[in-house]
Design a protein around this ligand. Sequence first.
Ligand code: UGA
Length: 430
Amino acid sequence: MSDVAVIGAGYVGLTTAACLAHLGHRVVAADIDADRVERLNRGEIPIHEDGLPELVTEGLESGRLRFVVGASVAIPDAEFVFLCVPTPQGDDGAADLSFVERVVREIAEHLRPGSVVINKSTMPVGSTRTVQRILSEEGASIDEIGVASNPEFLREGTSVRDFLQASRVVVGCDNPATAVRVSELYAGVRAPIVVTDPASAEMIKYASNAFLATKISFMNAVANLCEAVGADVNEVALGMGYDPRIGFEFLQPGPGYGGSCFPKDTAALMHTARRAEADFPLLQGVIDGNREQHDRMVAKARRLAGGSLAGVDVGVWGLTFKANTDDVRDSPAVYIVGRLLEEGAIIRAYDPAARPDAVDLPGLTRADSALEAAKGVGLLVVLTEWDEFRWIDHTDLADAVLVKRILDTRNVLDAVGLRRRGWEYEGVGR
Ligand code: UGA
């Protein structure tokens, strides 16, 4: 069992720290937010993540997990230091590495000989080398301190499961002995381990997210074509998914992808391609197609409302970027609601998890339940695929609305049943 420091107790850092403690390592997780650290040490989890509260409690009670303020405090005993700080999107689309740089400069002098600094946050190709360079600028001996890339493949909402039942563990490192040591941290996870060079490890992360985004944009394009030719995209996805080369996952059409990863990572990969003077029109098409998909949902709403949204009461179901998270960052729902408001719609929105102050759109009213959001509306718009929307009682819903008209951008409702009950129903690609 090893001594591990995790720098940054956000969604990636917290999951990494709690899971490594669960696997038996002694973990110190650092954050700059003293209030957050205090709450974490009491077992209070600031994010909505299945299974995480239990693992944090287990770690705290066993003494294998603790939280401290400041990176340098976490370092002295650590054999492995995971960097899990934000890499936001800069103005030019590139990932902004200033948090990473600040942390590396802060910890350099505290690192013990033989320790390994591991990039866990999504960082552009070349970042492992950048970390190496900063460490040597700060006087750390490169012969004594290893640096590796170990990208995460965690989905929000299922990050604990994605960590402990990983599809694969990728370790990018020039030094084979260091790569083996990093791999051994995951001995309790039964997953294939891909050991490679740092640039390839970094590219694996970006290419994986870009490929998944491509699958979604592709299916959204197929959905639009289905509408034009009278096919049902759900049937098409089913028939395609049985081919193991295609698979069922990420074939679900919708309002376009969002969240804190796909939009940022596709833009960053595009930036990398431009800098390398390597053309990547396919990826640009995926990015453009995604924004067009958001806008297509606005056009559908306008059309359903009879050509204009001005003064129309609209009920909105869902604000998070997907179900089972409270995260609204880069949420297609928030973008679409913003556009509907701009066009003069009067909106009452319900989301089971998004915090009341999470979405700051002038004129937006929040409702406490799905039925309350639907009350008296001329149009209902489903923007996130929360399960509770699937099971809503159609009689209660019909009683609540003014006009039985629905735009289901996630294809979660029973289109046939609703149409039979006299609803004007519009989905995506069916
Ligand atoms: C994504 C990846 O799935 C993770 O593997 C990766 O580690 C993570 O980004 C990251 O880079 O940190 P996440 O952003 O949590 O995870 O969300 P996903 O479940 O991948 O969904 C992303 C977006 O695609 C959502 O807006 C979702 O609604 C949309 N989506 C997903 C579809 O529109 N259709 C689908 O079939 C699947």
